[in-house]
Design a binder for this molecule. Structure first.
Ligand code: ATP
Length: 512
């Protein structure tokens, strides 16, 4: 099976076993939006718990918040999202490819410039030492013709940009006969302004409703609460604020299942530090976050750092943690040294002083920030794609087993009476009562034991506990291990400790 085919099988498996459904499926779905089913939500919650506890419980100086999705619209001006996410997009109707209209025009201007430079180079070669470049540029008919063309298009482009006149963008493209490199045609749609942020309005339209945005990242909710948390929590730098929440981006190219969604969830932590210490902290957080990933036991070789060479204007160091997804190594988490860009801008835009008074040094400064930002859904996909395993059994059959790291498994234990009579269901129910306060469980008495095992394998349940006739006399049950398929007899009163050892989040956290 190719990786592509395997990925399709995984997507189908996720639906069949209640992990992930396409959103609004009975209405034929909604592009790049997904719902988590009864298994998926538990896996997702377990991932979130692992992150939340690792951040807020294992670090005395990191606290969590939960800020609103709706925020003051000025926040997105301060963060740069209103300005930076505005792309004028145009589609070629024949190739169905989408382009940025401004880039098409700029490329066209670039080509004219190249032509002019070629003419100049030709002249230089022809006239040798006697070449007067300024005069050549001012008089050569080819150069003049190209220059006039450049001036005309450039002037129209600058005016259109100033006026935000997208119809004029399109007219320039058509007048210059700029064609799509794929289809070679000039069959263009209208130009549309495209901002990655979803917007809506707050208040009734009659009294001039405010345009507000669905947050494209959770981080800004942390920045604008920096002062609140620092003061009320009496936090001393260095300290961090963690948050888990939904984010929304109107992604243009949205595919690859839950890898790129239009509504997704992020787990972000902003760590506030003294200026000048950022590269040290950046290194520490890189190590810390990689350890968190590798601790799950999905193979250190499946992760790698990808350091950014081209940095965003506000960052002075950035890296991605990439995971080996079925479609190759791709970004799972970003770690960024964001300087004081965000706090500084919020100070400017809000007019409120955002500083930290350092009592030891008796000075005030705007803190620098190291950010760790991971997509919950991408993490779910990493776990699901790594866990999906097809095994050939000795009896010639095949089993599909989700080898989900045990502490993340949606269901920890399945309890099954061998038969539906002779008092076995009653005893099985007693076993359930013994376990249900500590572990998520399923009780299953339908079909053969073999079939029941397969069902649990398909959702990644680490333990199956079978109650049989002997159990009535010896108080023992058979425990079957998901990965090795080995079975052992265990006393009912020892079950809890045995399961706990393997599935406990506490043990996972202890290893960090
Ligand atoms: P990409 O380059 O893949 O678009 P990004 O660099 O824009 O991602 P960030 O803005 O750094 O992503 O967001 C932090 C994290 O949020 C990413 O590492 C990823 O795990 C997650 N994320 C971002 N966009 C999406 C999305 N559309 N769907 C699911 N998760 C996402």
């Amino acid at each position: 099976m190719t990786q592509d085919e395997l990925f399709k099988v995984l997507v189908a498996h996720c639906k069949e076993y209640g992990f992930i459904f396409p959103s609004s499926e009975i209405y034929d779905g909604l592009a790049a939006v997904y719902d988590y089913g009864q298994m998926g939500v538990q896996l997702k919650n377990n991932i979130k718990n692992y992150w939340w506890e690792a951040m807020t419980r294992l670090h005395e100086n990191i606290v969590g918040i939960d800020s609103a999705i709706f925020m003051h619209p000025r926040i997105w001006e301060a963060s740069g999202h209103v300005g930076a996410f505005n792309d004028p997009l145009i589609d070629n109707k024949d190739s169905k490819k989408r382009y940025r209209a401004d880039v098409l025009i700029e490329d066209y201007l670039g080509k004219i410039e190249e032509k002019i430079e070629k003419e100049v180079a030709k002249g230089k070669k022809k006239f040798g030492d006697a070449f007067d470049e300024a005069q050549f540029r001012a008089t050569n008919p080819n150069v003049l013709r190209e220059k006039a063309k450049w001036d005309e298009v450039h002037n129209r482009y600058v005016a259109a940009e100033k006026a935000n006149d997208f119809a004029e963008y399109r007219q320039i493209i058509i007048d210059c006969n700029i064609v799509c490199p794929i289809s070679g045609t000039c069959n263009w749609t209208e130009v549309r302004q495209f901002n990655l942020m979803f917007s809506t309005s707050m208040g009734s339209t009659a009294d001039g409703a405010n345009l507000i945005y669905l947050r494209p990242e959770t981080a800004q909710g942390i920045f604008v609460n920096y002062l609140n948390v620092q003061k009320t929590g009496r936090m001393k730098i260095p300290f961090g604020i963690a948050q888990i929440g939904k984010a929304f981006r109107n992604e243009i190219v949205a595919r690859q299942f839950i890898f790129r969604m239009r509504e997704f969830e992020q787990m972000e932590m902003q760590f506030f530090i003294k200026p000048g210490t950022e590269l040290d902290w950046f290194k520490k957080w890189k190590e810390n976050r990689m350890k968190w990933h590798v601790n799950l036991g999905m193979g250190a070789e499946n992760y790698r750092f990808h350091d950014h060479e081209k940095l965003a204007h506000y960052a002075n160091a950035a890296t991605d943690i990439e995971f080996n997804f079925p479609f190759g190594f791709k970004e799972l988490e970003g770690i960024h040294s964001r300087t004081n860009f965000d706090l500084g801008n919020h100070q400017k835009f809000s007019g409120k002083k955002i500083e930290y008074f350092d009592p030891e040094e008796n000075t005030s400064y705007t803190p620098y920030v190291i950010e760790t930002s991971i997509g919950v859904d991408r993490m779910v996909l990493a776990v699901l794609s790594h866990s999906y395993t097809v095994e050939q059994l000795e009896n010639g059959e095949e089993r599909v087993v989700m080898k989900i790291p045990a502490p993340l498994a949606p269901i920890k234990v399945a309890v099954m009476p061998l038969v539906k009579k002779d008092g076995l269901p009653e005893l099985a129910q007693k076993v359930v009562d013994e376990l249900k306060y500590d572990f998520s469980y399923q009780y299953d008495e339908k079909d053969s034991i073999g079939k029941r095992y397969r069902r649990q394998d398909a959702i990644g349940t680490p333990f199956c506990v079978t109650v049989d006739h002997d159990s009535l006399n010896d108080g023992c049950v058979t425990v079957r291990d998901r990965d090795s398929m080995t079975q052992q007899r265990v006393k009912i009163e020892d079950l809890r400790a045995m399961i706990e050892k393997k599935v406990s989040l506490t043990n996972l956290l202890r290893n960090l």
